[in-house]
Design a protein. Sequence first.
Length: 235
Amino acid sequence: MSVPILEVVGVHAAYGRIEVLRGVDLVVPRGAVVALLGPNGAGKSTLVKVVSGQHRATSGDIHLGGVHVQGASPEELARLGLCTIPEGRSVFPNLTVEENLTLMSYAGVGVDAVLDTAYSYFPRLHQRRHQLAGTMSGGEQQMLAMSRALASDPALLLLDELSMGLAPLIVDELYDTVAQIAASGVSILCIEQFARTALRVSDYAAVMVGGRVVATGEPTEVLDSMSDVILGGAA
Ligand code: ATP
């Protein structure tokens, strides 16, 4: 078996004295889409922050593509191929779509390649390329955030609540693109409230409760055994 793209072992983390992650174990196999589900407050976003170097774990180990990265800076992690789309997106509202994308053309990735990738995944961005990003719909801004992430040619994409504030139809559309991105060879860890939608495109699911991963497996197994925890009335 090849080395997983991400391996989290026994990770603890706290805000001040309050321990939020209490020994998280999680594996993302190379090339897989893993959905990380669980109720509000379970610690999912904190895990994203720890893995992406924005919050320090108090103990445990994290390996990215076999490299020990516990304590590494966001810049080092980016060099190793990690890219995060945080909750709430991250586009420059006063720049046009094309300017947002052009800004990402650095480190040897040419402008044309960045634009080609963005517009082939999201033709709607091409139609709106001269529009200010801040005036676009939430779904279109998420498309732009995803395109900006793809510009860095990531090995592992962390998606935190792609669906936040979006209509179910748009969420479905975005997850279709997540599946296409994964098919191109990018490994993906997605944190999601819309459990069914995320599970539709996932190879594996993990459920977090109270700062620990309490179940992992194939999407259908996890949906069957943990439906009360992960659906919680949502789709
Ligand atoms: P949600 O879906 O609501 O974002 P989550 O599973 O992503 O939930 P986290 O955001 O990681 O959970 O939060 C886990 C716990 O840590 C919660 O009790 C939250 O209140 C707390 N927490 C999160 N961020 C901070 C912070 N910056 N300072 C203090 N406590 C925090």
